[in-house]
Ligand binder design. Sequence first.
Ligand code: SF4
Ligand code: SF4
Length: 163
Amino acid sequence: MREMFVFMIKGAYDNISRILFATGRKTSIPMRNKILSGQVTYPQVVNDDSCIGCGACANICPVDAITMVDMEEPVRITEEYVKERRPVFDPMKCMYCFQCHDSCPIFAFYGKPSAIHPRHVGDSKVNLKELLQRPIVIKDKKEFEEVMNLLDEKAKKLLEGGI
Ligand code: SF4
Ligand code: SF4
């Protein structure tokens, strides 16, 4: 009985001290003030300069946190391709599954290819036209040819199967 009474008193004391003195607070006072005054800005998660506007990120996002919006000034990237839309991200919906990063053909969402997804893409300036004109370098020619042969065989089998 005595233990129960001590337990109740301690619980009441803990709760009162939490309410009156915020003893359970995890956020620092400066950060709390920043949040309350709306001074916290979300990091830039899309590298707009390198994004080609393909929409893969918006298509894969399971919670519709990315919306493709029309650009006021479309960007001609190649003779045949014009970037007309760009992704707009809603951090309040994001659940950080990083499927957008993994689906982006040029890793313009959530930074560079890596096992750890950076939250801030930084301020980089990319010239898409130049980037796309760079030759593709095949480091291991033998391995490349083996993969291509394998793909050829698979394609032949599919065609033989009547597809
Ligand atoms: S991390 Fe996941 S939830 Fe967030 S925007 Fe990317 S795909 Fe959507
Ligand atoms: S998948 Fe990448 S390139 Fe495509 S719209 Fe999204 S951020 Fe841009």
